[in-house]
Design a binder for this molecule. Sequence first.
Ligand code: HEC
Ligand code: HEC
Ligand code: HEC
Ligand code: HEC
Ligand code: HEC
Length: 213
Amino acid sequence: MTHHDEAQAAGAGPVHEEHEPAKGGGGWLSFFAGLILAVAAGWIIWQPLLYAKKTQPFPFNHVAHVEAAGLTCEECHKFDDMGRFSGAPPVRACLECHTWEDRQNEDSEAETAFLNEFVTKDGEVKKEAEWLIYSKQPDCVYFSHIAHVKMGKIGCEECHGDHGKSAAPRPYYENRITRYSRDVYMKMKMTDCADCHTRRQKPENNACFVCHK
Ligand code: HEC
Ligand code: HEC
Ligand code: HEC
Ligand code: HEC
Ligand code: HEC
């Protein structure tokens, strides 16, 4: 028995050796596969630990307003006479077109839900909508839309992607440590701003005091 086993082991010897390099390769392969899995698992576990998922106060529908209702972006995201940007509209701005008295569509459940939550029967604001701003910068950062949109002639989508074409806002992720939006880290970092200034031949805007006043 023992002898037979030994013979088999010996017989398997060269075969085993022949497979050694392939096995070595497999070892590296599984090492990398393991590494990738570990990184992926780390990411999946780390993400929810680092970021709190939040939802917007109301699932506002851009497509319904821009495509179906034919509104322009600047009807809701206005510039005032001083060139200041209004940002996301307050509920008061929605009342121009949506009140219990004067609805857009009696059959729209979404409109009824909006009116129930935010508008009184007398057409007053019942509650403000605290929109979560995906691109919100730290307070120490100075950013003006008029310089970029009017002077720089840069389209909204270049910085905001296709949010203006969304049927509902995506979830908002807030960094639990800094309280900043995840978008700041993903695509609105200091280097992202500076890269575009360099690309657009405006390197004079890359001095610290230009963005940090
Ligand atoms: C009827 C009013 C209305 C119109 C028209 C409108 N928006 Fe908005 N927009 C909103 C409201 C309300 C929010 C806040 C909720 C949200 O994030 O979707 C918002 C948020 C945004 C944001 C999110 C900014 C951030 O960082 O959080 C972007 C970008 C935006 N709008 C772009 C556009 C563009 C581009 C257009 C034109 C194609 C447009 N909007 C037309 C009402 C409007
Ligand atoms: C200038 C007029 C105007 C303004 C301002 C406006 N809306 Fe609308 N809204 C419309 C029209 C027109 C429709 C109908 C679009 C369609 O035909 O489906 C609509 C549709 C809706 C609907 C139902 C469609 C859906 O699927 O969500 C909701 C809810 C709504 N608006 C909420 C808002 C909110 C919230 C604001 C403020 C941030 C706002 N609207 C500002 C004109 C306006
Ligand atoms: C050059 C990049 C850039 C362009 C172009 C741009 N934005 Fe922004 N937007 C930003 C940044 C950065 C912020 C955050 C500003 C802050 O926190 O001070 C922002 C914030 C916003 C907000 C939220 C502001 C608030 O506090 O309520 C809205 C709404 C918005 N942008 C819509 C638009 C629309 C509509 C256009 C096109 C007309 C546009 N943006 C063009 C970079 C840009
Ligand atoms: C897609 C390109 C682009 C991106 C992204 C961009 N900028 Fe700019 N920025 C410009 C251009 C172009 C100008 C010059 C506009 C002009 O004067 O014609 C400018 C000008 C400026 C100015 C000087 C004008 C003023 O408002 O005082 C500041 C400050 C500024 N940017 C801050 C920022 C910050 C902060 C960010 C990132 C959150 C940013 N920019 C992202 C293109 C960009
Ligand atoms: C083109 C605009 C721009 C310029 C120029 C710029 N910054 Fe920034 N800075 C930002 C933006 C946007 C952020 C927030 C996002 C981030 O942390 O990357 C930031 C964040 C920071 C922070 C972290 C603040 C916080 O609360 O997290 C420090 C510190 C800082 N910048 C220092 C500097 C210094 C020093 C310089 C000059 C060498 C400089 N910045 C030049 C745009 C700019």
